[in-house]
Every structure is written in structure tokens, then in C-alpha cells.
Design a protein around this ligand. Sequence first.
Ligand code: 1PW
Length: 210
Amino acid sequence: MAAAGAFSLREVLDAFRGCVTERREVLLEPYLSGWWGLIRFLQSLGAVFGFISKDAVAKVQIMERHRRGEQGQHYESLQSMVEFELSRGPAELRGRPDSGCRTVLRLHRALLWLQLFLEGLRTGHRDSRTSTICTDSYNASLAKHHPWVVRKAATLAFCALPSRDAFLEVMNVGPPEQAVDMLGEAIPYIQSVYGITQELFAQHSLLDLP
Ligand code: 1PW
């Protein structure tokens, strides 16, 4: 068990597990709490991850503002949010830089990165380089949505990542083998949240919101 106050990736994964309801709705409260955990994790990786966590914080805060706002009742799940924001018209939605849909889309794309990264960590060898796993997963997901300068800065930050075993240790779930088992159990929940969101956004042509 992790010491009180210490980061444990398990909390993050538990939050994502709690996101999907029986009706395959994605609840925003656990989704955002998963993100807060992830942000704490990114912050624990050191200052070089500062600009990455900063953007994630900004995005999660936009979503918290929606949830606390007058229309907060519509921000219970991704499905109710999409329905509500689309009801104001697609043009209005596309023109809003702080809409829930475009903000979640950014987090959603980043979630694919996380998923691929954790999968690479899980299946990697003891001496695999975490920075390589991280770069490969980033290039296969989020990188294609980023301008050159962000890609460059992100790839530089990855060089600062510790070795695989040290990284599994920072996750605070016990010895490396136990961390690997935990990942095997938890990754499918992230995949499920990702898959449902992807389907929802594709269905409403929201995957390219500016
Ligand atoms: C170690 C495993 C990493 C998984 C954590 C994922 C963190 C996601 C944050 C990535 C942020 C990179 C720098 C910010 C770039 C923004 O320009 C970009 N944001 C995202 C989340 O891709 C686009 O946001 P914008 O400018 O359209 O508001």
C-alpha cells in the first residue's frame, strides 16, 4: 500500500474504472478525477513535465468550470455534454474555444497516448528505455495533433524519464512484477473509456473540433 499522500497510479486507474456506467455512459466526475491523479503523477516526474501538466490542468479546470456553472447539470456525462452542446448548434460549438467537447477531445487524444504508453511499459523488457516507449507512444497518438515546437519540447522532456524499473516504482503499486500485473488489469478500463468516447465523437463528427 502506498504511503498516505503519496501518489499511486492505482487511484488513477480506479477512477477510470469507475467512469463507465452500465448504459455505457462516461461519467465526467471520475473522468476528471482520473485526470487530476494523472496530473499529480506528471508533476512528480519533475519540472521538465511542467508544460505538459500545465496544459492538462488548464483543460481539466475548463471542465470543472462547466460542471460548476449554471448549465452544470448537462455536464454529468460525456453523452449529456455532447447532446447539450450540440443542441446550441454545430456552428456555435465550433466557434467556442472553451467548449466541453473541444476540451474533452484534447484530453481524449492524450488518453490514447497514456494507454499506449502504459501498454508499452507493461510489455517492455526490464531494460527497455522508458523514454523510447514514451516517444513511440506519443508519436503514434498525440504527436500528429501537435505543431513542431510542441513535439520537440515533449520529446526533449521524455529524455528525463527514469528507467523502466524505476518508473514502475514511482507508480507506487509495489515491486515491478506487481505493477505489471496491475497494468494488465487496469489498461482495459482506459481502453473502454477511450473506445466509447471515440465512438461518441465520431458519431457526431466531433473528432476534428478546432
Ligand atoms: C507519461 C505518459 C503521458 C500521458 C499524459 C498525457 C498528458 C497530456 C498533456 C499533453 C500536453 C502537451 C502540451 C500541450 C499542447 C496543447 O497545445 C494541446 N493539448 C493537448 C492535451 O494535446 C492542444 O491544446 P489546444 O492548444 O488545442 O488548446
